[in-house]
Design a protein around this ligand. Structure first.
Ligand code: TMP
Length: 208
């Protein structure tokens, strides 16, 4: 049986990632493709519990602990969910994956990138996305879309400089992985953003 495709979605907060993933799922179902939508941090019962701790403002966590927790969640997510789904021919759409660790912990919180590379090499069971969409919207514009009323989590509470570094980090990742990571102009309206993504998917995986 042909393996499913693994697609991840990346970008800073406020870029419209989650709603678009939902539409991409609908698009693939219409094309008679079996899909499974998931997210990180999270994706398993255990991972969702740790997610709550990671995002809680009450948590005081050194950045290396944060990184290890993210990879602990990820390893379990891969072993329990992503790998079995892909092996049974199901496509997996994942809201954030390894690139978020490079962007947030690496470029944002200044963890040495080689440390993160070692974790990727050793704890991802060689499961790397076939395709990654980067929702490209500068932090200035993304911030404007962020509802004032929303209570901020531990990450969203970080300062402007952090998010600017994360954004620039994603641009570096885009440059380093031109075959895998595709740039999505997220200044456009929802329909146009979705079309950019579905066009790439159809082209890459020869879907009609
Ligand atoms: P979400 O709000 O997009 O679900 O993501 C939760 C937060 O987790 C978001 O601020 C980004 C952060 N994150 C990391 O810092 N590193 C990672 O590896 C992942 C997957 C998420």
């Amino acid at each position: 049986m042909e393996k499913g495709k693994f697609i991840s979605f990346e970008g800073i907060e406020g870029v419209g990632k989650s709603t678009t993933i939902f539409e991409v799922e609908k698009f693939l179902i219409q094309k008679n493709i079996q899909v499974y939508r998931t997210r990180e941090p999270g994706g398993t019962e255990f991972g969702e519990k740790i997610r709550d701790l990671l995002l809680s403002k009450e948590s005081i966590i050194p950045v290396d602990s944060e990184l290890l927790l993210l990879f602990a969640i990820r390893y379990q997510h891969i072993k329990e969910v992503i790998e079995p789904k892909l092996n049974s021919g199901i496509w997996v759409l994942c809201d954030r994956f390894i690139d978020a660790s490079f962007a947030y912990q690496g470029y944002g919180k200044k963890v040495n990138l080689e440390k993160i590379e070692l974790l990727v090499e050793n704890f991802t069971r060689k499961i790397i996305p076939d395709l990654t969409f980067f929702f490209n919207l500068s932090y200035d514009l993304a911030k404007k879309r962020f509802p004032e009323s929303k209570t901020k989590d531990r990450f969203e509470n970080l300062d402007d400089k952090f998010f600017e570094d994360v954004y620039l980090g994603y641009l570096e990742l885009l440059k380093k992985n031109p075959d895998r990571i595709k740039n999505i102009d997220s200044k456009r309206n929802k329909e146009e953003v979705l079309k950019q993504i579905t066009d790439v998917i159809m082209d890459c995986f020869k879907i009609k």
